[in-house]
Structure formats: structure tokens, C-alpha cells
Design a binder for this molecule. Structure first.
Ligand code: ATP
Ligand code: MG
Length: 137
């Protein structure tokens, strides 16, 4: 059974959307097996998004992710990585399919409400970045 790292981003926590987003995950068969609310520093966000460090939006993305608390969570299920990305919808909410988190809630391509790991290797690394073994049962 697969696990993926999900983040409910500041634009969504600020608008009290955590419960509505979690309901979409659970309705899709994803189980929330770990979850906590944290406030990242820009440096911590920078390490998390290091793969994007050459992109023009990197600084803005790190400042946004550190602007207010986020909810980091581990989702579990059959094909959890792909399933979560399906529930999230396309990066740009203008392209996101109806009913997805980003179609319903995202404010822009940058402030797009959720993050989800994109492959088994990144999921393992991202889960280990935020959660200790003792927090995962
Ligand atoms: P995430 O990695 O957050 O799950 P994603 O895999 O759909 O999203 P990526 O291409 O990995 O998208 O981009 C990471 C994040 O960077 C996006 O979720 C978004 O917040 C931000 N981002 C991506 N493209 C742009 C852009 N053109 N302008 C501003 N921010 C962007
Ligand atoms: Mg990504």
C-alpha cells in the first residue's frame, strides 16, 4: 500500500478549508495516517522546493509557503501518489478538472491550495522531511 506527502498550503489554511480538502481525500479512498500544522521558515520551504530553485517563481513560492501555517499530512491508499494528484487537479486552477481541489479552491497557479508528491522516491524523501518514524504507524 502506497503513501504520499500532502501539504495544505497557506491560501487554504487561511480560508479554513482544511476539513473540506480532507473530505475530498477521504471520499477518494485516501486515508490520512499522519497530520500536523506547522509554520515553515522561508529556509525550510526553500529546502523542500529545492528542485525548483532555478525557476523564476522560486523566491515567491518559498515566501508564500512560509507566510502562514500549513498542514502537512501523509495519505495512504492503493496508488496514493497518482490518486492524490488526481484529486488535487492541474497545477494551474484554470486547467484543473471540475470537482478537483484546485478547481474549487485554488486562487492562482502559485497559491494553489495543495501540494502532492509526484513519484515514489520524492514521496519517501518528503515524508521523511516532515515526519519521524515514531509519528508514522
Ligand atoms: P506541487 O509540487 O505543489 O504539488 P505541482 O507538482 O502541480 O505542485 P510543480 O510544477 O511541482 O507543480 O510546481 C510546484 C509549485 O510551484 C506549484 O504547486 C505552484 O505553487 C508553484 N508554481 C508552479 N508554476 C508556477 C508559476 N508559473 N508561477 C508561480 N508559481 C508556480
Ligand atoms: Mg510538484
Amino acid at each position: 500500500i502506497e503513501r504520499t506527502l500532502s501539504i495544505i498550503k497557506p491560501d487554504a489554511t487561511r480560508r479554513n478549508l482544511t476539513g473540506k480538502i480532507n473530505a475530498k481525500f477521504e471520499d477518494a479512498g485516501l486515508r490520512i495516517v499522519a497530520q500536523k500544522r506547522i509554520h515553515l521558515t522561508p529556509a525550510q520551504a526553500g529546502i523542500f522546493y529545492e528542485v525548483h530553485k532555478e525557476r523564476p517563481f522560486y523566491g515567491e513560492l518559498c515566501d508564500f509557503m512560509a507566510s502562514e501555517p500549513v498542514v502537512v499530512q501523509v495519505l495512504e491508499g492503493e496508488g496514493a501518489i497518482a490518486k492524490n494528484r488526481e484529486v488535487m487537479g492541474a497545477t494551474n486552477p484554470a486547467d484543473a478538472a471540475a470537482g478537483t481541489v484546485r478547481a474549487e479552491f485554488a486562487e492562482s497557479v502559485g497559491e494553489n491550495s495543495v501540494h502532492g508528491s509526484d513519484a515514489p522516491e520524492t514521496a519517501a524523501a518528503e515524508i521523511a522531511y516532515f515526519f519521524s518514524g515514531l509519528e508514522l504507524v
